[in-house]
Write a protein that binds this ligand. Structure first.
Ligand code: GLU
Length: 340
């Protein structure tokens, strides 16, 4: 049998064209899923901006941006990806990631806990219920008491050193240098007496070892970091890609800690509707009162939507709907598998 190089070449080109088309089609499908969700919810006005932080009430409620970053580094967007909002509670995920990287995931599980509180994100009663003496810690780093304690564990000799290391860690996730919205930071600092009380109580119970007001202040600053939908999607995409930024290719987070981080997001990422969200989408996610939501389809993509109108639970109305639709269209639910 003779080897016909021309036939082989033809077969090879056909395969190549097939593969290239398949890839182009899937890029088209992804863009179509984003466009469809964008159009479907563009006119939805349900919900309202958070207003317990005065600067958030003033944010344009109509901002609506969608971004998706695949683990092979492709970026898709729809709508407004230029406007920035404050990251708010979504920051809690990345400070938790940092502490896991610095001190290991067991430390977080043993000191703060990795359980849902079943109470509001800024509940003071939840601190009482979570005391170690009562069989705790029954808390997690994505509610305010656990988040302020988590921030207090970030390593650094001075406030500046701690802050710079947090901000540069966030920036590596986003793949660009992020900065703080000073107006939001000031507005929240002037009105965060409840978080200060939480900080002191966490100190009184020994969760925070020292300087509770410094921890609360840094926590407030981390919540004021300014992001657009693409930044958030890149941060989520880095988590989807085992801690490696899929575009810059930098290994930002220790890959070994990502499953534990995603587990906490799945447990407590969307306030009191975390169970409902997981039931509907299967996606570890995190929302913030600034109007952003991130969600992670491990190994596939990270997605983010910004839209400031929130529902009663504090989750962006349009962001929840758009992410659920897009993930369903792309088979993003990690809990849904086909039989072999
Ligand atoms: N900085 C906000 C607070 O502490 C974050 C709340 C949130 O986004 O859930 O109240």
């Amino acid at each position: 049998m003779s080897f016909d190089i021309r036939k082989f070449g033809l077969l090879f080109s056909a395969l190549f064209i097939f593969a290239a088309t398949a890839q182009a089609q899937s890029a088209k499908e992804i863009q179509a899923a984003l466009d469809a969700a964008y159009a479907k919810y563009r006119d939805l006005q349900e919900g309202a901006n958070a207003d317990y932080i005065p600067a958030l009430a003033a944010v344009d409620s109509n901002i609506y941006g969608i971004a998706l970053v695949t683990t092979n580094g492709k970026v898709y967007t729809a709508g407004d990806i230029a406007s920035e909002v404050s990251i708010q509670s979504i920051s809690k995920v990345f400070t938790l990631a940092k502490v896991m990287d610095e001190q290991g995931p067991e430390m977080v599980a043993n000191t703060i806990g990795v359980d849902a509180t079943g109470m509001r994100f800024n509940s003071i009663v939840s601190i009482e219920f979570s005391q170690k003496a009562l069989g705790g810690p029954e808390m997690n780093s994505l509610v305010n008491p656990g988040a302020i304690a988590t921030t207090s564990y970030v390593k650094g000799d001075t406030r500046d050193a701690i802050w710079n290391s947090i901000l540069s860690y966030y920036s590596d996730f986003a793949g660009r240098p992020l900065s703080v919205n000073q107006e939001v930071f000031k507005s929240e600092s002037d009105t965060n007496q409840r978080n200060q009380a939480i900080g002191y109580l966490m100190y009184a119970y020994g969760y925070i070892k020292s300087e509770p007001m410094r921890a609360t202040d840094i926590y407030t600053e981390q919540c004021s970091v300014s992001v657009n939908a693409k930044d958030l999607a890149m941060m989520a995409g880095t988590l989807a890609n085992a801690g490696k930024n899929p575009v810059s290719k930098k290994q930002v987070m220790n890959a070994e800690n990502v499953p534990e981080l995603l587990a906490v997001m799945a447990t407590a990422g969307l306030y009191d509707d975390s169970g409902k969200w997981l039931y509907e989408t299967g996606l570890p996610g995190k929302s913030g009162v600034g109007g952003g939501i991130i969600a992670v389809s491990p190994g596939k993509f990270g997605i983010a939507v910004i839209s400031p109108r929130l529902d009663e639970a504090g989750n962006s109305v349009r962001a929840q709907k758009a992410i659920a639709d897009i993930s369903a269209a792309l088979g993003g639910n990690p809990l849904a598998v086909k039989a072999r």
